[in-house]
Design a protein around this ligand. Structure first.
Ligand code: CP3
Length: 387
């Protein structure tokens, strides 16, 4: 065991046993600024920035009330006043370092004419699905300023209402993950139809992924123009593909989206966070695809990920969302474990390995955020990430 690892482990024990908040953190030094953006540039702010995937949503009673008022999920997304309110709700409860636009990855297929509906308790459904080359050729790339104008309007409202120290994140699905829904027509554990297409109709799939690359890059560039300060790509279903197919159908198109953003007027310098669930095997290639940060699922220790990618990218994650159902002391210990696993080097953003589950107790989220603040402010400066 190296000295660094030994120091880290003793620190975990120490922070986990430091129970009383009043015994805690030394005062932060200097103005905090926008912690998330600092960490995305590889720095270590006065404390580790924290936000959570799906931080807005059904686990919050105020979200359930708002959704009932809207009538349905899509009306909520498409009404800027209500979507702005949903975005801000978690920020009113918890001192988070980022807000994420309240919307959905499937608004792009919806704007491409595939007729999205979200059925209570059953998830998303598309009224039209893609099966043939003619289906794909009939798709048009949406104009973000008109067909997705509600997204820009929501972002402008949120940015105006937000504290300048809180970053605003825009997002889209990766081309592959959007293709999964557009071919399958609904959520699925296996997505056998789009995966089968890799073998049966690869040219049609590539055509679809090219169109989606244009659509996703265009929508993200418009989000940056409307006030998003970081952009996240959700590749939730990338991990379903075997290695070579992952590179051909998922990774390649995410790299192309990023390349287009870098060449755009509005998003050339906007940091990009990439979440490719179940794609730990491809970490080195992901770190080389042009993104600024990788958001990790819970399957890999941050220390291992950091060793594999060096300081090329920031790392976001990666607490198991189920840890939020643990008793508070155990949850605090898990938070400490994640912080210690990354170590005191720069470029860590605390998050979950996937979204907050609807059955989560909001009080557990408060415990998590407090623990990140308390422990990361104490993280000894001399502690180095493992060599
Ligand atoms: O993170 C946030 O707080 C921002 C909002 C957000 C939503 N969806 C709201 C939502 C984000 C970033 C998403 C992304 C999204 N949507 C992904 C990628 C991330 C992930 O979770 O893997 C995917 C695959 C989707 C597709 C989607 N939309 C699914 C599978 C579902 C059903 C989920 C469920 O739990 O029923 C949706 C609907 C959806 N999107 C809800 C919310 C709050 C629930 C809708 C409701 O009933 O109120």
């Amino acid at each position: 065991m190296t000295a660094a690892v030994r120091r880290r482990e003793s620190w975990v024990t120490w922070v986990s046993e430091t129970a009383a908040p009043e015994s805690a953190a030394p005062p932060a030094s200097g103005p905090p600024g926008n912690r998330l953006l600092q960490a995305l540039r590889g720095r270590r702010p006065d404390r580790t920035p924290v936000w959570l995937m799906r931080q807005a949503g059904r686990y919050l009673p105020e979200y359930r009330t708002l959704r009932a008022r809207a009538g349905d999920f899509l009306t909520l997304c498409k009404t800027p006043e209500l979507a702005c309110e949903a975005t801000l709700q978690p920020l009113r409860r918890f001192p988070l370092d980022a807000a994420i636009l309240f919307s959905d990855i499937l608004t792009i297929p919806d704007a491409m004419g595939l007729e999205l509906s979200i059925i209570e308790g059953r998830g998303p459904r598309l009224g039209r699905v893609l099966r043939s080359e003619a289906d794909v050729r009939a798709l048009r790339v949406p104009e973000p300023e008109s067909e997705l104008a509600y997204v820009g309007e929501t972002l402008r409202r949120v940015r105006e209402a937000l504290d300048p120290e809180v970053a605003l994140i825009g997002f889209a699905g990766s081309p592959w993950t959007l293709a999964c829904y557009m071919v399958q027509g609904q959520g699925d554990a296996e997505f056998a139809l789009p995966r089968g297409m890799c073998y049966q109709q690869p040219a049609v799939l590539h055509l679809l992924l090219e169109r989606l690359t244009c659509a996703v890059a265009g929508c993200l560039a418009a989000q940056a123009a409307a006030g998003a300060q970081a952009l996240m790509l959700f590749d939730t279903w990338g991990g379903l593909l075997p290695g070579a197919a992952y590179r051909e159908f998922s990774l390649r198109y995410m790299a192309r989206v990023i390349e287009r953003l870098r060449g755009s007027e509005t998003a050339a310098h906007c940091p990009v966070i990439l979440f490719s669930k179940g794609a730990g095997a491809h970490l080195e290639q992901l770190a080389d695809c042009g993104c600024d940060a990788l958001s990790l699922d819970w399957s890999m220790d941050l220390s291992v990920a950091r060793r594999r990618v060096g300081d090329k990218v920031a790392l976001q994650g990666n607490l198991d969302p189920l840890a939020l159902c643990a008793p508070p002391e155990l949850l605090r210990r898990e938070v400490a474990r994640i912080l210690a696993s990354h170590g005191a080097g720069g470029g860590h953003i605390f998050n979950l390995g996937h979204g907050v589950r609807p059955d989560t107790d909001p009080d557990a989220v408060a415990v998590l955020v407090d623990a990140v603040h308390e422990f990361s402010a104490q993280l000894p400066d001399q502690l180095q990430p493992p060599a």
